[in-house]
Design a binder for this molecule. Structure first.
Ligand code: SF4
Length: 306
C-alpha cells in the first residue's frame, strides 16, 4: 500500500505550495507517510483534514480555500458526478487495491449468461483486463454520480443498467449489490476480492423488511426533522423543502434541520419522532440500529408523503 501511495504522488507538482489533504478512513493509518511524502515533494505546508471521509461527495474545497491552501488532494476516491466546479484546484488520487485477476476471471467464467460487471473505485483498474479475458460475456455500463465506466457507488448502482442476465459487483460489502438487485430486478452477486461469490437475495429480504418497518414508524410520527447536510455533494436544499412541504400538507409538523455529519448523538433529546435524511442514502440504512428514531431516505419519504 505504501508503495502505491508513493507512486500516486510522485508526479505531483506541489513545490512551495500549501496543500490540503483528505484521506478516507481506510487510509488514515498511512496519514503520517502521506504527509511525509508531500513534504518530501516540496509542499510548503500540509493541512490534513481528519473528519471521517466516505466519498468525494464530501469534498472540502471550501474549507481548504479558507485555510489558504493552493490545492486540495483528495485520496481514495475519484470525482463525484454532482460536483462540477471547485473553489481551488482538486487532485483526486483513488488508491487501487490488489486483486487476483486470474481467480476473478475463473469465477466469472462459471456464471451462466451475460454479466453486467462493475466494481468500486479500488478495483476499477482491473475491469479492462477482465473484460479482455472474457470478451462478450462481460458488459460494462456507466452510472451518473459515479464518473468512471463500470464504477458503482452506494448512491449510484447505475453501471449495472445494461442489457445482461446477471449483475456481478466486485467489492467487499453487500450494500451495492442490494441496490443493484432492487434497481435492475435481476440476479445479483457480490464477488469478493478473495473470489467468493455471494448471492445478495437473502440480504435484500432483510433490507426490505428493515425499510418497511422504518416507513411504518415514520407514518405514525407527529413531528419530523428533515435533515440537510452541508456536505458539498450531498446538499439537497430544494429536496428538503419539497419534502417538508409534503409532510406539512399531510397535517404533520416538519422542521428543516442542518448538519455536516448526521450522527445519532446530535439528535438525542430533540423533539422529533422521525427524520428524513436528504444526504447520502446509505446513512439511514447503515446506521439503522444506531438511531433511536426511524430515519428515511428521500425515496422512502416520497413514498410515505406523496
Ligand atoms: S454513497 Fe454516500 S458517501 Fe458514497 S459517494 Fe454516494 S453520497 Fe457519497
Amino acid at each position: 500500500m505504501l508503495q502505491e501511495i508513493r507512486k500516486s504522488v510522485e508526479h505531483l507538482d506541489i513545490r512551495n505550495k500549501k496543500v490540503a489533504v483528505q484521506i478516507p478512513e481506510g487510509l488514515k493509518q498511512y496519514a503520517d507517510q502521506i504527509m511525509g511524502e508531500l513534504r518530501k515533494r516540496g509542499a510548503q505546508e500540509v493541512f490534513l483534514f481528519i473528519d471521517p471521509n466516505f466519498g468525494a461527495c464530501d469534498l472540502k474545497d471550501r474549507g481548504a480555500r479558507e485555510l489558504g491552501a493552493d490545492i486540495l488532494i483528495h485520496f481514495g476516491h475519484n470525482r463525484f458526478g454532482r460536483i462540477q466546479s471547485t473553489e481551488i484546484p482538486v487532485i483526486y488520487i483513488p488508491i487501487t487495491l490488489e486483486l487476483d485477476v486470474e481467480k476473478i476471471v475463473s469465477t466469472l467464467e462459471k456464471i451462466h449468461g451475460k454479466i453486467a460487471l462493475c466494481t468500486t473505485v479500488q478495483y476499477l483498474r482491473y475491469l479492462k483486463e477482465i473484460k479482455e479475458a472474457l470478451g462478450d460475456k462481460i458488459t460494462v455500463g456507466r452510472g451518473v454520480l459515479a464518473t468512471e465506466e463500470g464504477q458503482v457507488l452506494g448512491c449510484d448502482p447505475g453501471a449495472c443498467n445494461v442489457v445482461a442476465d446477471v449483475n456481478v459487483i466486485i467489492t467487499d460489502g453487500i450494500f451495492h449489490g442490494v441496490l443493484a438487485r432492487m434497481q435492475t430486478g435481476r440476479k445479483t452477486y457480490i464477488l469478493t476480492p478473495a473470489g467468493k461469490l455471494i448471492d445478495v437475495d437473502p440480504h435484500v429480504d432483510r433490507y426490505v423488511r428493515q425499510r418497511e418497518v422504518a416507513k411504518l414508524l415514520a407514518k405514525e410520527a407527529r413531528r419530523i426533522g428533515v435533515v440537510i447536510t452541508t456536505k458539498k455533494g450531498q446538499m439537497y436544499k430544494d429536496v428538503a423543502e419539497t419534502i417538508a412541504k409534503k409532510i406539512r400538507d399531510a397535517g404533520v409538523e416538519a422542521d428543516i434541520i442542518v448538519c455536516d455529519y448526521f450522527y445519532p448523538e446530535y439528535v438525542e433529546g430533540m423533539p422529533y419522532d422521525a427524520y428524513v435524511f436528504t444526504g447520502c442514502p446509505r446513512v439511514p440504512i447503515d446506521d439503522y440500529t444506531r438511531f433511536k428514531k426511524p430515519v428515511l431516505t428521500v425515496a422512502e419519504a416520497l413514498e410515505v408523503w406523496r
